[in-house]
Design a protein. Structure first.
Length: 224
């Protein structure tokens, strides 16, 4: 069964690359920038996230200044992201923890770690889960990991790559184990694009989907 799922995963990967390409996102920020941006992205859209991040960077020259800033001032600078008081608190708590553990606000030590060790280090930070850790490792260090957001989670469950009962947290390790290493780096971008444009949460466009022949959801839906 595992071998069959891997064969299916390989076909899906190849089809996604044919349709969307095999490039990773052009975004390549320093790891602390990526970490903070991911905190800002929670419960908001990309437009508001980027607006808040640009405002934060325009207000403070360094992450040391962000850490030392009054929390209400920091919150005001990221107001467009929503839940700004909570996010300001989380950002400063995360920065403080990095400062205490590393001695400075720098995450370059992750580059010398094996992927499992780097994931463990990041997720041991308060409030950093598997998705945030994977985002930092993929976008900042170019490592072959798969951030599982709501689109990746939904699409891979519908395709039948992971079981319907698998949690988003557990999906990270499962999918990285199942999906071919040759496509893992571009997989987040491709699955997110597919989830937004075709395999939507409501009213998926199955009739337009080039993966329908491989899709468990499509095969089980009553279309009569």
């Amino acid at each position: 069964m595992v071998d069959e799922t891997r064969k299916k995963a390989e076909k899906i990967c190849k089809a996604l690359i044919r349709e969307y390409g095999d490039e990773v996102s052009e975004r390549k920020l320093p790891p602390i920038d990526e970490l903070v941006m991911t905190i800002l992205s929670q419960h908001t859209n990309d437009v508001n996230m980027f607006r808040a991040f640009e405002s934060l960077k325009a207000t403070y020259s360094t992450w040391d200044e962000v850490l030392a800033a009054p929390q209400d001032e920091l919150a005001n600078s990221i107001r467009s992201s929503g839940m700004y008081n909570l996010k300001a608190k989380r950002i400063q708590a995360t920065l403080r923890e990095i400062q205490e553990r590393v001695g400075k606000l720098d995450l370059s030590l992750l580059e010398k770690m094996e992927i499992p060790q780097a994931k463990e280090w990041l997720t041991s930070l308060h409030g950093v889960g598997p998705k945030t850790a994977a985002i930092v490792l993929l976008f900042s260090f170019g490592l072959p990991v798969l951030p599982v957001d709501t689109h990746v989670w939904r699409v891979t469950k519908r395709l039948g790559i992971i079981d319907e009962t698998v949690s988003r947290e557990k999906a990270h390790d499962l999918l990285e184990h199942i999906m071919p290493r040759t496509c893992i780096s571009s997989l987040n971008k491709n699955l997110v694009q597919h989830g937004r444009e075709v395999c939507k949460a409501q009213n998926p466009r199955c009739d337009k989907c080039f993966l329908s022949i491989l899709c468990l959801y499509y095969s089980e839906v009553d279309r009569t």
